[in-house]
Design a protein around this ligand. Structure first.
Ligand code: GLN
Length: 482
């Protein structure tokens, strides 16, 4: 049977592209507001705000392990995406309510919803291709572009509405676009045919004590919400939670690896090595959603041609905006190098990712050294991000395809969950690094006085990132052999 295509890609890719684009619009639109909302509106102190942001972002990327597993075994990807979308919509709309209780509950719904939505829409992309279909990688790149178009628009619009008009309108706007993503998916999903349907519908519809197993999954997953809210209120428990889960994940992969024959084992260990390093990458990278939001508000000169741009829009538009622009360049670069048999191996790309990020943070730091007024130029800010995002493009999309290539088939879904869990670990550490950049209340509105709180740590991130990059490049021949 011949499939209908748009361009070279299966036409269903565009359904997933737009559904994910609007979902990421809402996800990043909301995240753009989070830290500034806590500090300026809820009047939480800064260390507490970074702790909550770290806990939220860590849980958001922990839940895909559970959501991916439930979809693989029971729900199928499509039902999981729809249910996740509904929970995320509820979460955004709850956040739009100007009530104190709504803050933690709104985030808890989004965390739970993202667990069902995010891994499974990515897995759906995978179902569009036969095992050796050469279009798979470019399909994933296009999908990654959709993610970032959504993120750029979300950051831009929600950042503006939240910062300049009303925080809750900003959250509400994010919710509206989540509904749009859900509608796109619900209407278009028929075109997916048999893909993403539940693996065993009879088992799913089986009734126990009056309710079907499917309903049981939905109800049981709602019980996670109060647990998450409790974790927010005692977020020091998160340290143990993340450490234990991390140890379990690493032990699990090693346990599986050592039961395999040498070739498969080495591949899995190589994947694990890169996943562990990616934790550090996200820990630095995710300053974007935390400390750099406040830095942009306090220490970046947002004046362009006589108008002052809203800092939250700028800070949250720049990274995904650079991804969209530079994706074209990197797609060209990798093919150009591949044609000349010079394409760097994955560990080398990971090493470059850290080196580029080090340069980006160095640009921020050097700009701070020259900012007598306490403000760095928008140009330097945008350039710093350009290097950081070049780093992202050497790691994030490459990591996704590495996971599908190096893991044995039966472990792909779990390994995808673990890949996202590395982001969770990184986000959690990002909150801790952010805390080190807390500015005392007395000088929060004084650019000259607040600048040093950022500059020192920005420099240390640059150094740490350069060391990590050098280490990976040094070890890369060994990892390549594995
Ligand atoms: N920005 C990408 C996305 O939203 C990658 C996120 C991550 O893995 N931490 O999908």
């Amino acid at each position: 049977m011949t499939e209908r295509t748009i361009g070279k890609q299966p036409r269903q890719l565009y359904l997933l592209f737009f559904a994910e684009m609007w979902e990421r619009f809402s996800f990043y639109g909301m995240k753009a507001l989070l830290i500034a909302y806590m500090v300026t509106e809820l009047k939480f102190d800064e260390p507490k705000s970074y702790g909550i942001l770290g806990a939220y972002s860590a849980l958001v990327y922990t839940m895909p392990m559970l959501g991916g597993m439930l979809a693989d075994r029971f729900l199928g990807y499509r039902r999981a995406v729809i249910y996740g979308g509904i929970l995320m919509t509820i979460g955004h709309l709850v956040l739009a309510l100007p009530q104190e209780w709504s803050f933690f509950y709104g985030m808890a719904f989004i965390i739970c919803g993202n667990g069902f939505f995010k891994p499974n829409i990515s897995s759906l992309v995978g179902t569009l291709y036969e095992e050796n279909d050469p279009r798979r990688d470019s399909g994933f790149s296009l999908f990654y572009m959709g993610i970032n178009i959504g993120a750029a628009l979300g950051g831009l619009l929600c950042g503006y509405v939240g910062q300049r008009i009303n925080w809750h309108y900003g959250f509400g706007l994010a919710g509206i676009f989540m509904v749009l993503g859900l509608i796109v998916f619900a209407i278009g999903q028929k075109s997916l045919g048999h893909r993403g349907l539940p693996p065993n519908l009879t088992a799913l519809k089986k009734r126990t004590a009056g309710i079907t197993n499917e309903q049981l999954i939905y109800v049981a997953s709602l019980l996670i919400i109060p647990v998450v809210v409790a974790l927010f209120n005692r977020h020091e428990i998160m340290d143990y939670f993340m450490a234990v889960l991390g140890a379990v994940a690493i032990t699990y992969v090693l346990w599986e690896a050592f039961r395999m024959e040498a070739a498969a084992r080495n591949k899995l260990i190589a994947a694990l090595f890169m996943i562990v390093f990616s934790i550090l990458f996200w820990a630095f990278y995710e300053q974007n959603a935390g400390s750099l939001n406040l830095f942009a508000m306090r220490n970046v000169d947002m004046h362009v041609m006589g108008t002052e741009l809203p800092a939250l829009s700028v800070n949250n538009f720049l990274p995904p905006g650079w991804v969209v622009i530079m994706s074209f360049f990197f797609a060209w670069l990798w093919t150009w190098l591949a044609k000349r048999k010079m394409e760097p191996a994955t560990p080398v790309k990971f090493g470059f990712a850290f080196v580029l990020m080090a340069i980006g943070f160095l640009v921020f730091y050097l700009a701070c050294l020259n900012a007598e007024s306490g403000l760095i130029s928008l140009f330097a800010f945008a350039m710093g991000y350009m290097f950081i995002i070049a780093g992202e493009l050497c790691l994030s999309p490459i990591g996704l395809s590495m996971v599908t290539k190096l893991s044995p088939v039966r472990m792909v879904a779990v390994m995808m969950g673990i890949w996202f869990f590395a982001s969770a670990g990184g986000e959690f550490l990002a909150g801790k690094i952010g805390k080190m950049m807390s500015v005392p209340e007395a000088v929060q509105n004084n650019a000259v006085a607040s600048l040093p709180y950022y500059a020192t740590i920005l420099k240390e991130i640059a150094i740490a990132s350069a060391i990590a990059g050098a280490l990976i490049l040094l070890l890369s021949p060994l990892v390549k052999k594995w």
